[in-house]
Design a protein around this ligand. Structure first.
Ligand SMILES: NC(=O)c1ccc[n+]([C@@H]2O[C@H](COP(=O)([O-])OP(=O)(O)OC[C@H]3O[C@@H](n4cnc5c(N)ncnc54)[C@H](OP(=O)(O)O)[C@@H]3O)[C@@H](O)[C@H]2O)c1
Length: 291
């Protein structure tokens, strides 16, 4: 049986939906902290196991009878300990294979988001030290991060970010979920670390061009001033942590930290991942293309 954590989230939902197409519902269990959010999973015949990454007894119960675990990374300052709790419970229960979602950066040591992201690499090390078979999925930025980083109304306002000409191999969360499901279902991914990226790099200028083509409106990209950028975000009323994240991610993009291209996602999908334009069309819900 497979246990998926974060199954009520965006990535976890994509994983579960692909699993359901390829294995019986009674072969899937979902770990959820909010029963109400998991009702739709129960209705599909998936066993829902309630708990949190902080609650060790809930984790011990959730791991019973599980062979493979997908640990979808959480958020927040205690995340490393939470991930260690999940992994330790998996090891204790004799789980054979742990798949973990992490982040794809060229060099964590020089990353602007190191204080917020280094724990993911520490969790990877912790998993490897258990001796349990592992697969690490180092995910790049979601194409869905475009509205987040550019603001929700980017079609009207244009994109203003201090990302220079830095590029990102944006990939769809839906396809990353499908890839994670395949890593759970297939053999041959044991003790591997994959960098889950598109086959091409895209700048925010490319994002603006693709949005222009899709919307028929001229969407601009402005390389924002990195010094005044955090203050502007604060003026929009964004919480401190969001300001830190957007500023840090932008600095890393500008410094070419995300410029990794592999065929790992393509191999796990068995086809080429969506192009930037196809991905943006899906994310923004365009119903037509004028390009
Ligand atoms: N690559 C990227 O661009 C990118 C962007 C953002 C985040 N991420 C990372 O990727 C992860 C998955 O992304 P996503 O879009 O699916 O995020 P999401 O929609 O926020 O889902 C996160 C899932 O983790 C669960 N969760 C969080 N903390 C938990 C805890 N302490 N105990 C039990 N469950 C917990 C949430 O449960 P609830 O439903 O109860 O909240 C939810 O199901 C994120 O958590 C984050 O670490 C990556």
């Amino acid at each position: 049986m497979i246990l998926v954590t974060g199954a009520t989230g965006h990535l976890g939902s994509a994983v579960v939906s692909h699993l359901l197409k390829n294995t019986a519902a009674n072969n899937i269990a979902a770990f959820a902290r909010d029963e109400n959010k998991a009702n739709h999973l129960k209705e599909k015949g998936i066993e829902v196991r309630i708990g949190t990454y902080d609650d060790i007894s809930s984790l011990d119960l959730a791991m019973q009878g599980i062979e493979k675990l997908l640990l979808i990374s959480g958020n927040g300052p205690t995340r490393l300990q939470q991930h260690k709790n999940v992994v330790a419970a998996a090891k204790k229960a004799g789980i054979k294979h742990i798949i973990f979602t992490s982040i794809a950066l060229r060099n964590m040591k020089t990353s602007a988001i190191r204080p917020l992201m280094e724990d993911l690499y520490q969790a990877e090390d912790f998993i490897k030290e258990t001796g349990v078979m592992y697969t690490v999925l180092r995910n790049t930025l979601y194409t869905g991060a475009t509205p987040l980083f550019g603001g929700e109304k980017v079609i009207k306002t244009g994109i203003s970010l201090p990302t220079g000409n830095g590029k990102v191999p944006f990939a769809l969360r839906r396809e990353m979920g499908e890839a994670a499901a395949n890593a759970l279902l297939q053999d041959g991914h044991e003790n591997k670390t994959y960098e889950i990226t598109a086959g091409e790099l895209y700048s925010y200028e490319d994002v603006a061009d693709a949005l222009s083509a899709l919307s028929g409106k001229a969407v601009t990209y402005t390389d924002a001033d990195p010094v005044t950028f955090p203050t502007k975000l604060k003026e929009f009323g964004l919480p401190e942590i969001v300001v830190l994240l957007v500023t840090g991610f932008s600095a890393d993009i500008k410094n070419h930290q995300f410029e990794i291209v592999t065929k790992d996602l393509e191999k796990l999908l068995g086809r080429k991942p969506a192009s930037l334009k196809e991905g943006l069309k899906e994310v923004f819900g365009f119903v037509y293309s004028v390009a």
